[in-house]
Design a protein around this ligand. Sequence first.
Ligand SMILES: Cc1cc2nc3c(=O)[nH]c(=O)nc-3n(C[C@H](O)[C@H](O)[C@H](O)COP(=O)(O)O)c2cc1C
Length: 398
Amino acid sequence: MTALSKLKSKMRSLFLVTTGAGVFFAGFNLLKGKDKFYDDFLMPLARKCPPETSHRLAVLGCKYKLFTGPKNEDPSILSTPFFNKQLKNPIGIAAGFDKQGEAIEGLDKIGFGLVEIGSVTPEAQPGNPTPRVFLLDSDQAIINRYGFNSEGHRVVFDRISDLKKGNNFKGILGINLGKNKTSPNALDDYVKGVNLFGPIADYLVINVSSPNTPGLRDLQGKQDLENLLTGVIEARNKLPVNNGVPVFVKIAPDLTKKDIEDISSVVLKGKCKVDGLIVSNTTIDKSKVSDAELAKEAGGLSGAPLKSKSTQLIAQMYAQTKGKIPIIGVGGVFSGSDAFEKIEAGASYVQLYTAFVYHGPPIVTKIKTELADILVEKGYKSVSEVVGKNYKKYLNNN
Ligand SMILES: Cc1cc2nc3c(=O)[nH]c(=O)nc-3n(C[C@H](O)[C@H](O)[C@H](O)COP(=O)(O)O)c2cc1C
């Protein structure tokens, strides 16, 4: 063997050993779910890829159950009622992470108490041209203008039906409904969603608050919302099975005082009364983001800069609706204390998305542990005891 071929063979062995060790290291830490591995290694590495590629890889990671969940059962203090069911904890994954319903079981395994998929549109549509997701690292924020990229009702429905046949998923599944960009009739689109998904969902969401579908947020206007919800609730009530499936409305954080009063009156009113609110979607207000270049990107802003705005709106909606319908609070939740604030402001359940992108699956256990500790420390016996307890503190929070 010549000196050169000896060197080549040594290099090859070295490469195999280091790659093997790297794969072993990564696999071991993925399985152990170590926070430091995610925060110092995996998540910064993921952020080197284009954001949409990382998103896709994360969905696939959940789909193929590469991430382990919590080692222990959730603290019993976190168990909380959800209509006629009981959640193991009140922390959910918000809509938009698993848009096509591919990773439901994996997300459940990571430890979410609620899994919301979508938004799903009736017909498949590609969404906006790429790039359409931007990470604002120093602000712990995301701007996205996906524009409801959806495989459409039928594909997502078949996927969930298969999952249900396997009978492996025992969690709470929310299905978030959107409308097609070119659809001339929004009500038709949402009613199609109610009819198809109502029988198999634990709750449905009428999303009228994405900033990335032209005209969608106008559906939050008083008369439009009343017409839309009247049709939606009528369809829900006529379902041959599961006709009590809870219907939530997801609203935007960029609302005037008058909008808030109007929405509150509509969602509590007779034939268009819904079962709950999701507060809130992303904001179009970029005044809090410092990364000037990316802040110029069109789309909705999520993450830390949205936190106080969404908590304030939770408190306002809680006050206006007098706590008569549950609120799912979402926007900038990164810690147990953020979740506690949302609950004190009036949320019965809490969702997150951006924190999951920045910190990976361990953030779920972290938030749950911290939230349980706060509840115990403050002498509470359950999550429901805290709901809206301190909403006045957050009414002028922004
Ligand atoms: C990339 C991305 C895509 C999203 N897509 C949807 C969606 O399809 N439907 C929806 O209702 N909300 C969507 N959202 C909004 C989230 O569900 C959530 O309301 C918002 O991000 C605030 O929570 P966060 O600060 O924890 O991310 C999306 C958010 C992000 C970041």
